[in-house]
Design a protein around this ligand. Structure first.
Ligand SMILES: NC(=O)c1ccc[n+]([C@@H]2O[C@H](COP(=O)([O-])OP(=O)(O)OC[C@H]3O[C@@H](n4cnc5c(N)ncnc54)[C@H](O)[C@@H]3O)[C@@H](O)[C@H]2O)c1
Length: 364
């Protein structure tokens, strides 16, 4: 079985290892013991992941000489809140966690974002380790140091940057991941491949049948390629001022769909996939795309098991969300528009142009 190691070194001076593969969590205690002298760990997980993995991970950590206290919070996006942070601060204080403690975030992006923000603020900052348990968190949220919580109904309104000291992405934990969460991860992988390069997009196209079968070696390679892509982007633009915006491909419409959809709510990755299809359709009309690009991207997403949504949403609500997204200036709408794999531009569009295309999209 393949195990890959990525050594990330950021312009700010932060350096950390990202280990990817089957069984890498078994080394978690030894690795943390090798990079810090601290011996007190707070293991933070959501209620679902905690039941599945906290005991096992605690044991591994204790075998390496750590004193471990487990904390669990209710699973779901609504836990990315200031109220939940306050509860965790209180619990950490009760356990007398001091600055010589390490926080271990065991879970998906919600846990990583919440525990990362707690780690960056508790006692003015304690080190933290990311142990991602969803495909999405392995390829995206555990790398790059962004954290935060939702406030006033706005996603990630409050947060900051804090890099982990280590990331352990053990593909074994994905065995319990629900199928829809796999698809969300695949969507973000496809996004990275299309934005990165012709080579990565072509590789992904070939790998799709094995990925949907959850073939471990293909999965480890796909996670590694996606993390390497994210690492390249983050190294070039650690604090998201320019190039890192390419990671928002598919997210302009995606975030709006995620926000306005009800019963059932469309999950983030699935909404992003729809946003990618829409952005390619928009790009084709506005700047022109390479012949066959739109169809190839559609096929890639479909082969990963992500079909077009085919749901109608209220166009006024969608427009309102896109115009008042926290990254928007309120007058124009920013889109990452692809021309071909690895070739894209970020463009501010007039809302009337976007609206016309959203209306057409909803009909199609
Ligand atoms: N910081 C960043 O750079 C960044 C990037 C992308 C997304 N995000 C954030 O990540 C969050 C989404 O992450 P997510 O999709 O991982 O969500 P999540 O953490 O809510 O996990 C999804 C669901 O899967 C369950 N789960 C997790 N691991 C499991 C496992 N191994 N087996 C069974 N069930 C498991 C969780 O309990 C949860 O119900 C959003 O809040 C988003 O804003 C952050």
């Amino acid at each position: 079985m393949t195990v890959n190691l990525i050594k990330l070194a950021l312009p700010s001076g932060s350096k950390y290892d990202i280990r990817i593969g089957s069984g890498v969590n078994s080394k978690l205690g030894d690795v943390i013991a090798g990079i810090t002298d601290y011996r007190s760990l707070a293991l933070i997980a959501d209620s679902t992941v905690s039941k599945l993995y906290s005991e096992k991970v605690s044991q591994i950590l204790e075998e390496s000489g750590f004193a471990v206290a487990q904390f669990a919070f209710p699973a779901g996006e609504s836990s990315k809140s200031l109220a939940q942070m306050e509860e965790l601060f209180g619990a950490l204080a009760e356990y007398r966690f001091a600055r010589d403690s390490v926080i271990v975030a065991l879970g998906g992006g919600v846990t990583g974002d919440l525990a990362g923000f707690v780690a960056s603020t508790y006692m003015r900052g304690v080190p933290f380790v990311q142990v991602p348990t969803t495909l999405l968190s392995m390829i995206d949220s555990s790398v790059g140091g962004k954290n935060g919580v939702n406030v006033a109904g706005i996603k990630n309104l409050v947060g900051n940057f804090k890099q982990p000291i280590y990331v352990s992405a053990d593909t074994d934990v994905l065995n319990t991941l629900p199928e829809l969460e796999w698809k969300c991860g695949f969507a973000e992988m496809a996004k990275s491949a299309v934005i990165d390069s012709r080579e990565f997009a072509a590789w992904m196209f070939e790998a799709a049948p094995k990925l949907v079968e959850h073939d471990t070696d293909t999965l480890v390679e796909a996670i590694t390629k996606t993390v390497e892509f994210k690492a390249r982007v983050v190294v070039a633009d650690e604090r998201e001022s320019s190039r890192r915006k390419c990671l928002n491909y598919g997210h302009t419409l995606g975030h709006a769909i995620e926000a306005v959809s009800q019963n059932p709510k469309v999950l983030h990755g699935i909404a992003v996939a729809e946003g990618m299809r829409f952005a390619a359709f928009l790009a084709n009309d506005i700047i022109g795309t390479e012949p066959g690009f739109v169809e190839a991207q559609d096929e890639l997403l479909s082969s990963l098991g992500i079909q077009r949504l085919g749901r109608k949403f209220d166009v006024d609500q969608i427009m309102e969300r896109m115009l008042h997204d926290k990254k928007s200036n309120g007058r124009t709408i920013s889109f990452v528009l692809p021309k071909a794999p690895g070739d894209w531009v970020v463009q501010e569009l007039d809302p009337s142009v976007v609206r016309e295309h959203v209306e057409k999209w909803m009909l199609g």
